[in-house]
Design a binder for this molecule. Structure first.
Ligand code: 13P
Length: 257
């Protein structure tokens, strides 16, 4: 079984005080319960350092929500991958639908960021997902194929160990609408088979595919129990420690068998 991976994407939320409190609560409970799952939090950039301090010596990983692919230089307002590494990030989220939708990120840009993140030694959570019109028009698979093809251009099988895919149907993000466990499983299976065709079966089978979109403590177990759902990328529910810890607990229970 692939090791489940629960990551919290805090988006543009929290204050410094609430970010530190949330991180401390998550770190304390993970230290106490030692779940057999990977856990990460991705705070807003200004809070990476204080959250990193709150996570000191914790297995909870620190991640960035985005970064520029260029080396440090004259790019006003941007954050480099070097900076994420410098402040203790182990991973970075790339290609989130909100980046694509509100900031014009294309598959080509996403691809550059993925390669650049690996060059700096970061793991990547690469987000893909279809909008509602695509799902209703039966275009989900072709949309995901295009995103995978573009985002993973030039990628070698040996690099896949540093990659996690997050399938986040855009219509399920922040809406309270969740893909049914059957919808999530069918789509994850499609993604895994796509990876097997593009790379190879063993690499595809080893890769983790997270589900994201209105995951909460009370729906986590049925989603995570699907054979091809290997974790969750959690937005809103990752801002409340009881909710986020409930999702981690559900993952830990499934991992315990
Ligand atoms: P919600 O969990 O708030 O739906 O957000 C999902 C998401 O976009 C995580 O990256």
């Amino acid at each position: 079984m692939r090791r489940l991976f629960v990551a919290g994407n805090w988006k543009m939320n929290t204050t410094m005080a609430s970010a530190q409190a949330l991180a401390s609560e998550v770190a304390a409970e993970v230290a106490r319960s030692q779940p057999n799952v990977d856990v990460a939090v991705c705070p807003p950039f200004p809070y990476l350092i204080p959250v990193g301090i709150s996570l000191a010596n914790s297995p909870v990983m620190l991640g960035g929500q985005n970064a520029h692919y260029e080396k440090p230089g004259a790019f006003t307002g941007e954050t480099s991958l070097e900076m994420l590494v410098d402040v203790g990030c182990r991973l970075v989220v790339i290609g989130h639908s909100e980046r694509r939708q509100f900031f014009g990120e294309t598959d080509e840009l996403v691809n550059k960021k993925i390669h650049a993140a690996w060059q700096r030694g970061l793991d990547v959570i690469f987000c893909i997902g279809e909008v509602l019109q695509d799902r209703e028009a039966n275009r989900t698979e072709s949309v995901l194929s295009t995103q995978l093809q573009g985002g993973l251009a030039g990628v070698e099988p040996a690099q896949l160990g540093k990659l996690v895919i997050a399938y986040e149907p855009v219509w399920a993000i922040g809406t309270g609408l969740t893909a049914s466990p059957e919808q999530a499983e069918a789509t994850h299976l499609f993604v895994r088979n796509w990876l097997a065709t593009r790379f190879d079966r063993a690499s595809a089978d080893a890769m983790r595919i997270q589900y994201g979109g209105s995951v909460k403590a009370d729906n986590a177990k049925e989603l995570l129990s699907q054979p091809n759902v290997d974790g969750a990328l959690v937005g809103g529910a990752s801002l409340k420690s009881d909710q986020f810890l409930g999702i981690i607990r559900a993952a830990a229970e499934l991992s315990a068998g």
